[in-house]
Design a protein. Structure first.
Length: 315
């Protein structure tokens, strides 16, 4: 048995250096203030970066670097707390609340027909479907007599893969084009009692390349400007492909569903989806005239996204 103290053992020294460096790198990546493509990607993975740093902190504790381990764990806790813990705003329950469901169904979802049959019999006022293939347009015929629709009758195909079904009057429909048919969003107006609710529905490109990332940011900036110019009640809904702590997500946290109910809505893997492993990139954002009554996030078979079901009311 070696008589070298653990503190001077070269193997221990190497392990300590590795875990110290790894913890520092993970924390710096999680909180980096840069706005470049790769910096934004790493900061979007803040939860995962801090979980990795937390594991390094645990390893440092086993290596008897207690003070340094405590510092790492504290920094991780301070970073994870605001993301994982929420304090829902309590508002008076309104029996006339508007019920909305939104889901990125996945273009190749083989269970879509079954999902639509089930959704047809559920209680909702507005149903927002994204990544809906034009090849599945025939599945919408079952809603013709019961809903007002956007996407079904469009001769150029379903714009940006988005379909909106409404059981309340849809009094205005517009496809806002930023780059022809490649980039844009929907602007719809619904009659909620005697009030008009303007709804912006978007699905920016997933930032899997610098070009897609730039297009996503362009669309998000256009949406932000549109909401700023909207005088009445408004709602932004959709798979926005951005986390709420990104510098490109410009709305206040208290305006969002995530700000009141913490959740994860996307994960590319079939198993292990949790708030620690997934990303909250499906959003609903509301103006001051709109109150969030409730939110439920549920699985949607055949999609790597979860469905957001929420109720809102107008002041």
């Amino acid at each position: 048995m070696s008589n070298i103290p653990e503190s001077n053992n070269p193997h221990y020294l190497v392990l300590r250096i590795i875990f110290i460096c790894a913890a520092v790198v993970f924390i710096l990546l999680a909180f980096n203030p840069l706005t470049s493509f790769y910096a934004d990607v790493f900061s979007s993975l803040r939860v995962q970066m801090l979980i990795a740093a937390l594991m390094c902190g645990g390893a440092l504790m086993l290596l008897k670097l207690y003070k340094l381990s405590a510092v790492v764990i504290l920094l991780c806790a301070l970073g994870l707390g605001p993301i994982l813990v929420s304090f829902p705003v309590t508002s008076p329950v309104n029996s006339e609340a508007l019920s909305i469901k939104q889901i990125n169904v996945n273009y190749s979802n083989k269970y879509l027909s079954t999902h639509l049959l089930s959704l047809r019999d559920e209680n909702w006022d507005v149903l927002i479907l994204q990544e809906f293939s034009d090849k599945n347009r025939h599945l919408l015929t079952q809603f013709i007599t019961t809903t007002d629709m956007f996407g079904y009758e469009e001769v150029e195909g379903i714009p940006y893969g988005m379909v909106v079904l409404s059981r309340i009057p849809m009094v205005y429909k517009q496809q806002v084009k930023l780059d022809g048919d490649k980039l844009g969003y929907l602007k719809l107006k619904f009659m909620v009692g005697n009030t008009v609710l303007t709804t912006f529905i978007a699905h920016p490109p997933s930032p899997r390349s610098k070009r897609h990332w730039q297009n996503r940011n362009t669309l998000l900036a256009a949406l932000k400007l549109s909401t700023q110019n909207e005088k009445g009640a408004w709602l932004v809904a959709g798979d926005l492909n951005v986390v709420p702590w990104s510098s490109y997500f410009e709305w206040q946290q208290d305006q969002t569903c995530f700000g009141q109910y913490r959740y994860s809505s996307f994960m590319p893997f079939k198993k292990g989806h949790s708030i620690l492993t997934g990303l909250p990139i499906d959003h609903c954002v509301m103006s001051e005239q709109v109150l969030l009554q409730s939110l439920v996030v549920t699985d949607f078979k055949g999609s790597d996204h979860k469905m957001l079901s929420y109720k809102i009311s107008l002041k």
